[in-house]
Design a protein around this ligand. Structure first.
Ligand code: ACO
Length: 333
């Protein structure tokens, strides 16, 4: 799905993120399953991840990130008109986690709903919010990627449990004000033929968790890692190229690429194929692992606060996840 030109520019006015306090290191994982720090580090680039406390829900992490984004934007929660939370680990199947966030931060005027697009969710939310703002339906929006993946991780499966972590990232979008940048181009894609490569098979209407199957680990993530890896490289490269071309940019003009944080080898492969130098590609998966919808949002916030790009710079976000889904955005900061 491609971007059509719209007259009203939409900018990112503020970003925020949050990760829980508890750090789970590779060495600790090695005492839980048959793995090692060396295997995890060389195959993925991950050193540690953060794990939410028992009473800490996805909405709580989302609300922390949201408050930080609002603060940076210089806006009150009461001004927000739309909240979209991208998550595959909502507090409850219904109501939406976005409704809890609305209540927790006091965004009483906001329309609030969730979307489910796995690791691609934050950029799906960005596209939806951008369009709703540029169409005039809303003045602004709070978009959030938030996950408590520790609740859908099979802690006995070494092929997946070393990969994931918990956290949240948020951004405030609004009609561009003088001197602000714009979301210049976006791209989204889905291939529903490949749903089986990465899924949580149970817990939905297809396979409810019952007393009979409760021990089968059906409500946890399973993945055919090698296959997912190949598709991730191809789809992210294509999506990034499309938004760069649509924006009319050259790769050497891009100040920062912020990819989905799943595997350093995937990120390196994409940087090579896009001909963007590695030092312009933002990586923080060593600290957080793969936090699905939160990953690119946390990375955007960290890159922003670290000064990895400045007002007027050209940046590209690109993601990939279960579905299979993928998306990219070209942003003039
Ligand atoms: N520790 C030690 N050995 C392990 C571990 C582990 N944690 N996990 C797997 N192995 C073993 C395997 O059993 C296999 O052993 P064998 O050769 O004796 O059979 C060997 O290591 C190699 O396993 P592979 O699966 O081939 O390893 P690979 O190099 O492909 O790395 C990984 C696996 C990290 C999962 C990689 O395939 C990957 O990152 N895939 C993409 C993940 C991704 O991008 N997901 C995106 C979206 S996630 C979302 O939407 C929620």
């Amino acid at each position: 799905m491609s971007e059509l030109n719209s007259k009203v520019d939409v900018s990112i006015a503020g970003t925020g993120s949050y990760v829980p306090e508890r750090v789970l290191t590779n060495d600790e994982l090695a005492s839980m399953v048959d793995t090692s720090n060396e295997w995890i580090l060389t195959r993925t680039g991950i050193r540690e991840r953060h794990i939410a406390a028992e009473g800490e829900y996805t909405s709580h992490m989302a609300s922390h990130a949201a408050r930080r984004a609002l603060e940076q934007a210089g806006m009150q929660a009461s001004e927000i008109e739309l909240i979209i939370v991208a998550t595959i680990t909502p507090d409850t199947p219904t109501p939406a986690t976005a409704c809890h966030v609305q209540q927790q931060i006091g965004a009483n005027r906001a329309v609030a709903f969730d979307i489910s697009a796995a690791c691609s969710g934050f950029l799906y939310a960005m596209k939806i919010a951008k369009r709703l703002i540029s169409d005039g339906a809303f003045q602004n929006a709070l978009i959030i990627g938030a996950e408590k993946l520790s609740t859908v991780t099979n802690w006995q499966d070494r092929t997946t449990c070393v990969l994931f972590g918990d956290g949240a990232g948020a951004a405030v979008l609004r009609r561009s004000q003088p001197g602000e940048g714009a979301i210049v181009a976006t791209e989204m894609g889905t291939d529903g033929n490949l749903t089986h490569l990465l899924e949580i098979a149970g817990g939905g209407s297809a396979c409810p968790i019952t007393a009979a199957n409760v021990h089968e680990n059906l409500a946890t993530l399973s993945m055919q890692g090698k296959e997912v890896f190949k598709h991730a490289v191809t789809r992210m490269k294509e999506a990034a190229e499309k938004v760069i071309e649509r924006a009319g940019w050259k790769p050497e003009e891009i100040a920062c690429v912020i990819p989905h944080q799943a595997n350093l080898r995937i990120i390196d492969a994409i940087a090579d194929r896009l001909a963007v130098p590695n030092d312009r590609v933002f990586v923080n998966l060593d600290k957080y692992g793969n936090t699905s919808a939160a990953a690119v949002a946390i990375a955007l916030d960290e890159a922003n606060r670290k000064g990895a790009f400045h007002r007027g710079d050209r940046i590209v976000l690109v993601v990939f996840g279960a579905g299979l889904t993928w998306a990219a955005a070209a942003i003039r900061w």
